[in-house]
Ligand binder design. Sequence first.
Ligand SMILES: Nc1nc2c(ncn2[C@@H]2O[C@H](COP(=O)(O)OP(=O)(O)O)[C@@H](O)[C@H]2O)c(=O)[nH]1
Ligand SMILES: [Mg+2]
Length: 192
Amino acid sequence: MWKFIVSSSGKSNWLNHNEIEICFIGRSNVGKSSLINALANQKIAKTSNTPGRTQLINFFKNSNNKIIVDLPGYGYAKMSKTNAQKMFDMIEQYFTERENLKYVFLLFDSRLGLLENDLQMIEFLQSLNHNVILVGTKADKLNQAQMHKIKKQLEKFNNLQFSYFVSSLKNKNINLLNQQIDKIFSDNENKI
Ligand SMILES: Nc1nc2c(ncn2[C@@H]2O[C@H](COP(=O)(O)OP(=O)(O)O)[C@@H](O)[C@H]2O)c(=O)[nH]1
Ligand SMILES: [Mg+2]
């Protein structure tokens, strides 16, 4: 079971705790809420066909009482410039100043591969020395040719530790990802 704890708009109201945390980020509509629900095996995050809905940082506790953070989706074209800037500042502040953060799960749509704003985000995260794990979503819709193309694209990132292809819809590799998450927490006990 995962439990929603609190939504936060910035540093002044981030969840205060003394353990490491991991977070999820990706383009709006990438399937982030669906993946969180699949990992939690319950409906805790709102899914929708309308991108750009979640504009706050959401803190969750998983079944082992570990903290998992859901960040707003980026790259939603219809969002106003002011809103997009506000959201970017919020994300940037979290990535630059959050000491609890150990691993970033960056989600991308398997069929599209990594797009320009994903690549910029990866570069930004790596410049801050964060560990990045790539997760290709909606893998149920992937054909062999697309898979081949994406694997080629991923080969360029020789400093990535892991990448996964998952389907929340078909429950593909969800357990595997949960195991990876558990391992990160157990390997990093008391290591903020
Ligand atoms: N085929 C397929 N569609 C998915 C999957 N996960 C999410 N979707 C669809 O993608 C859209 C956006 O999903 P959502 O989880 O709300 O994305 P978010 O904006 O990143 O939180 C919805 O229409 C979902 O039904 C998946 O594993 N397979
Ligand atoms: Mg969402």
